[in-house]
Design a protein around this ligand. Structure first.
Ligand code: NAD
Length: 258
């Protein structure tokens, strides 16, 4: 894989997945300039797993719903690739916030990226865009979006994914969507801490269903890997058409029974 990424802008890069993206871009793309755009700064304390030098990461603190903030970051970073992995946290955000950040914010990123001639936009979607609460097996990328979504978070992730897909331009901005399931790994603040908390509160003594439910979880490093592969392919003129406007489900291959 030969495409060289000179400069990447990681929107939502101060988050859990963001840290894995920084680490892998740092490890695998020698010489790349890594920029983080986030509404909060990078924490001084990162999990010991992460070895990237924080002082080499240029940070833009801003709101992705602001055209001015996004324009400034794109212009100053001179990024050829944007990875957009920002979202309000599912259990915490309000419907209005999901709409504003996931839908209007994603549209803002697309519009400004096109205007400023960014080459590729890699969007972190979610497997939840096809889930309506009923059992589904062996889902692939052709599976239709849920007609009724589980909640506003998943609904707005689906709308954002469609916006990203539809904005692919073979002669301009190449867009790719990556769909992970629940993500686990070093630095996780939601999944495993949530399970531990539920266990501590004695909330784990229930069985829902017949104990045959399966759920897919994805290792954070695999999710970051998928974003980097997508970014590299999107920058290769002979390969870009294979990923442009596409969606890729990222799994660990083995479903987890719970
Ligand atoms: P996270 O909360 O750790 O990171 C998201 C980052 O987005 C945060 O740093 C946050 O400050 C930033 N952000 C939120 N609103 C913003 C705004 N208006 N402007 C700028 N930055 C803003 O979440 P994560 O677990 O790292 O998830 C990353 C992405 O992966 C999200 O898009 C999420 O929808 C998707 N995803 C996550 C999971 C999971 O299990 N964690 C599963 C499927 C998909």
């Amino acid at each position: 894989m030969s495409a060289k990424i000179d400069s990447v802008l990681l929107i939502g890069g101060a988050g859990f997945l963001g840290h894995h993206l920084i680490q892998q871009f740092y490890d695998r793309c020698p010489g790349i300039k890594i920029h983080v755009f986030d509404i909060r700064p990078l924490s001084d304390k990162k999990a010991s797993y992460f070895t990237f030098p924080s002082n080499e990461i240029k940070l833009f603190v801003g709101d992705l719903t602001s055209p001015e903030d996004i324009s400034k970051a794109i212009l100053e970073s001179k990024c050829d690739v944007i990875v957009h992995s920002a979202s309000p946290i599912p259990d915490v955000g309000t419907p209005e916030l999901f709409e504003k950040v996931n839908v209007q914010g994603t549209k803002n990123i697309i519009d400004v990226s096109k205007k400023l001639r960014v080459k590729a936009l890699i969007f972190t979607s979610s497997a939840g865009v096809v889930f309506n609460g009923a059992d589904i097996y062996n889902v692939d990328e052709e599976w239709p979006y849920a007609e009724v979504h589980m909640d506003k978070y998943n609904e707005t992730k689906a709308i954002a994914e469609r916006l990203v897909k539809d904005s692919n331009d073979p002669n301009g901005l190449i867009t790719v969507s990556i769909r992970p399931s629940g993500i686990f790994g070093p630095g996780d603040r939601q999944l495993v801490p949530g399970l531990i908390n539920a266990a501590k509160l004695g909330q784990s003594k229930f069985q829902l269903g017949d104990n045959n439910n399966i759920c897919d979880y994805t290792y954070a490093g695999n999710v970051a890997d998928a974003h980097i592969l997508a970014a590299k392919l999107a920058l290769q003129p002979k390969e870009a058409h294979k990923v442009g406007g596409e969606v890729f489900i990222i799994t660990n291959d083995t479903p987890i029974y719970f």
